[in-house]
Design a protein around this ligand. Structure first.
Ligand SMILES: [Ca+2]
Length: 87
């Protein structure tokens, strides 16, 4: 058993192309699996875009050194409703 080898999770988020689909709020996700869950992950720094969660774009977030949750069963995504509204 090696306690130091972490699991990497790469999360891709595609924002819809309908008007108003984007957000500047803080977005969080929890992944649930057969061995437990990841806890709250803040999707903060997109690897593909400076401003994440804009209309019709794909954002990628990587989390290193995570404990393995086993086989993924579900995920929960939400945001805190903050940020300005883009007109
Ligand atoms: Ca945004």
């Amino acid at each position: 058993m090696n306690f130091f080898s972490g699991t990497t999770y790469k999360i891709s988020v595609k924002t819809s192309n309908v008007p108003g689909a984007g957000t500047d709020a803080n977005v969080y996700v929890i992944l649930f699996g057969s061995n437990g869950d990841t806890g709250e992950l803040h999707l903060k720094k997109s690897e593909t875009n400076k401003n994440p969660f804009e209309n019709d774009q794909k954002d990628v977030f990587t989390f290193n050194e995570m404990l393995s949750i086993g086989e993924m069963s579900k995920c929960r995504v939400w945001h805190d409703n903050k940020g300005r509204v883009n007109v």
